[in-house]
Every structure is written in C-alpha cells, then in structure tokens.
Design a protein around this ligand. Sequence first.
Ligand code: FMN
Length: 410
Amino acid sequence: MVNKTKKNIVLGITGGIAAYKAIDLASTLTKLDYEVHVVLTAEAMKFVTPLTLEVITKNQVWTDQNSLEKSSIPHIKLADLADLVVVAPATANTIAKGANGLADNLLSSVLLAADCPKLYVPAMNSKMYQHDATQRNLRDLAVQGAVVLEPAEGMLACGISGKGRYPGNKTVLAQIESMLFGDQALEGFNVLVTAGGTREAIDPVRYIGNRSSGKMGAALCKEALRRGAHVTLILGSHELTELPEVNIIRVETAQEMYEQVMLHFDTQDIVIKAAAVADFKPESVKEQKIKKTEDTSGGKKTKTISLEGTVDILKEISLKKDKQIVVGFAAETENIATNAKKKLKEKNLDMIVANQVAGEESAFGSDDNTATLYWSNGKGRELEKMPKSELARVLVEEIIKLPKFVKLAR
Ligand SMILES: Cc1cc2nc3c(=O)[nH]c(=O)nc-3n(C[C@H](O)[C@H](O)[C@H](O)COP(=O)(O)O)c2cc1C
C-alpha cells in the first residue's frame, strides 16, 4: 500500500556479501517511519530472503519473479512513487547496469525509469572496486547526478584488506536523510561564485590569459542552486553553455573582477573564489597593435612586456570579511599542499581547495578534478579524482558542516 504522506524509499538490494546489512538498513528506515519498498535482484535472493524483508518493512518485496506475475507494471510504479532510490549494497554488476542504462531486471529497470535522486552504496572486493571499468562506471553515475558513497577500507569478506567495504548504515542513513531533507540547506543564503579566467590586454588584439574553463565554478553554481541558494556568478573567460537562474556578471580583467566582487561582497553569506585571476598584467596597454618588426636584436626577434601585479582580490576580501564564509582555490603546479596552506592562512580563508594544474592530470578544462581540502583549523581531506559536479557536491556539504555556517543558519 502506498502512503503518500510518508517518504517512499525504493531500496534495491543486490547480490553481494553485504546484502545482510541491508536488512538492518530496511529495519532502521521503517522504524524511522519511511515507506520502504525493497527490490531484490535474483542474486541478492541467494543472500537474503524476501520473507525477512517483507516482515521488517511490512510492504510487498519485489523480485524479478513476482514482478512478472503481476498484471501492473511494477518497474514504472516503483519508479514513480519513489522519493529516493537507494542501491545498498551496490554490486559492480548493478553499478555497470546503472551507468550504462541497461534494464534487464526489475531493479535496473526501476533505476532507468526513476527520475528522483539515486544513491549507490558500492561494496565489493577492492580489485573489483579499483578496476578501471568500475571507476569509469561510478564516474558516469555521478555525471548522471547519482550520489555514490565511498566504500570504507579494511578487512573484506574475501580475506584481503583494502577499499570496498560497505561503509556502515549510520553513514548510509545520514546520506539518505541529507538527500531527502538536506537539499534546501542553502535556502535564503546568498552565494557568490567567481569562475573562469581573466584576460589582461597587451594591445587591442592580444591579451595575457589562462586555461581556466569556468567548469568548476559552473558546477558550484548548479549545486548551490539545487540546495536553494540565490547565486551570483562573476564570470571571466569560459567555455560554459547556459546557467539559467544564476545572476551572471561578466568581466574580463582582474580589476573588473575585483570591482564586482567588492560591489557584491557585503550582501553575501558564502563566497567561493574558483576563478583563475591573473597575478600580473602589462604595465601599459598599447593603443595600436604591436607590429611584428619592432625591437629586433641580434637576428632574433625579442619583445619585452613589462608586467605589474594585479589587485589581490582574496587579500582585499580578507580585510573586509565579516560574517561571510570565504572559500578559495589554489591552482598549483608544485608544492601543492604547502602553497595551499600558506594561501589559506595569509588570506584568512575558511577553507581552500588545492588542485593540480600541470600535466595530464590538470584540472583546467577537464570535467574531472583531483583536489585536497584544507581548513583553517589545520585539518585536510584528500579526495579521489572525481567529476567536478561531484566535487561541487562534496564542497557544498563541507561548507554546510562549517561551524560558521551552522551559526549563520541559526
Ligand atoms: C559469495 C559471493 C559473494 C559476492 N560478493 C560480491 C560483492 O560483495 N560485491 C560485488 O560487486 N559482487 C559480488 N559477487 C558477485 C555478484 O553476486 C555477481 O556479480 C552478480 O551477478 C550480481 O548480480 P546483481 O548485481 O544483479 O545482484 C559475489 C558473488 C558471490 C558468489
């Protein structure tokens, strides 16, 4: 029976050793007054029985077999009624199906038909987890908008130690509740994001710029919007398409970016500086295009452009900062941790996101980012390579956990 006043969770259980842990999850969710609709894969039924889950959830438990016996179309019914689909534990097999849009059993069909939020809780042998194919599938799920919990490390059922353990129902439950109710945590908050690169004119046709694409900033805007914030984006050069609902202010130079940040700063609660701002600009901008033939010495054509420092936006903000949470980015090619921590301290930031911008792993222009977060209390968190959309979600979640945010939210 569908109870519309309660949140409906479709709990997909797949054929892994950790399937027995989903019994406890189903029990806890039912006690917390959620309507839990369990879907068991055929392989999961080798580990847990429909009867146990039916008794615990007081709801029909769905299997490939009984879904065929019913005259209704259960995969669409379940997909439509779900406020959230949770796959716990999620096998490598079902993850691959979800990532690639396969629909060859009831659970994968529900996953394809459901347009509500989806949570995957991977649990498997560490080699299966680390395999390129699984990692690619997990990234694809995140790009599709699903939330994927990171497995824990430790002794696995197969007897080896590594990453792949079911992370524990406390973690799973916290994630479920955050997906069902925590989405609007930024409602009523003003979030200012800067993104893209700046361009400093040399002459009317040339400029000094950088490779920033603005993708990280765009992902942050989308995540802040999704969480209910009012979002302003100060945007330099970029490769973005559209960002409806975001108040976009376009700028070109570091000076223009500075002026716009200062203009909007006082009304903001959270400022995330993801733009790549030039540190130097030409001392003077030539009025006419510089000719090829100028300044020839010793047969080799050389040209010297004198540079001067641009305004340090983060430093200016740190002097003005009051209630605002300020998060900076450190794009580094070497000594990433040292440079990022130095910037965090000098610019009086609440948090800094350090990332690599040299070589093949460069975050510039890529859809992925490998970042480490540092806080003003000295703590750090190293993150795996992940899509920028996923990193944006992690960052916003970390911002929401900051004591300063908790104070602002009161
Ligand atoms: C004893 C046993 C334990 C298994 N444990 C896991 C596991 O923890 N994680 C996993 O991804 N696959 C595991 N497998 C493999 C899956 O059961 C297999 O890939 C199956 O096709 C998954 O089907 P499903 O995704 O439809 O449930 C296990 C297989 C066996 C026989």
